[in-house]
Design a protein around this ligand. Sequence first.
Ligand code: GRF
Length: 315
Amino acid sequence: MFERLQKKWKVNGLQLLLILCTFAIGGSLTGYAGRKLMNIFAIETGWLWVVVYILLITLLWPMAVLLVSIPFGQYRFFTGYLKKMGRRIGISRQSAVSSQQPADNTSVLSTVNRHSDSYREPAELAIFASGGGSNAQRIIEYFKNSSSVHIAVIVCNKPDAGVIQIAAKEKIPVLLIEKERFFRGDAYIPELKKYRVSFVILAGFLWKIPSSIIQAWSGKIINIHPALLPGYGGKGMFGNFVHEAVLAAREKESGITIHYVDDQYDHGATIFQARCPVYESDTASSLAQRIHQLEHEHYPRVIEKLVSQQSAVSS
Ligand code: GRF
């Protein structure tokens, strides 16, 4: 039962415990305050007493759980929860695209927007990675206990990629994709919709992203590049090729670029850059190591910021 609740609310064990405590204490507080108020009204016990009492606790309960949720650190969860209940019983605004609508009957765009409407649920991320997966690992760790971001699926085109083992260890589903369907078929959009993906995070994924995906998740696909774009980017510029080119040009500085993805390699608008020195003694692998450190430090935080900004904009 607890596992089912964890899955339903997308929370970890500790959070579930805090939520249940909030429900219990909030409920008791409601009962207590309700009785106190009933004494003040001095209504005689009978059917009117019952009606007024029910009305009173219905009004008091949301306030009590919200209040208790603050010290338990679950305010965000409960505001979302109450809003959802309000929508269900028709007292708060219905979202433009109903969250009750089955995913398969909606357009891809509405799937993306639907998440924005139910912005208090965690944003579902798809990480596209086909390499060792150190960035994927960092992102997974960073958001492990997050209530705002959840890693829904790892998308990979190489059955032997290191990232697949990471996904297995972390119990994250893997979507293994093949070229023909990705570029000339439906680009696996139905699967991504089933996972309710709202952001696509590229972390060492070398294939170009098809325009159907770019349109569907417009402004919600980002990539990390191991150099300071616009330098050292474009087709064929990946892994050690980038670092070798930086060393060959005797650059004194390199870094990372996190950018939106458009239909050209390493081209969309820059979101974030961080720099590091390049030493004369550097080899491609020593530079790669320094760059990886920068990536691990910044990529999860930039993702977190992007998700919270987009949620705020669309709420
Ligand atoms: C990173 O250097 C990233 O900049 C690039 O691909 C590499 C992936 O590394 N896009 P890893 O698989 O995350 O270790």
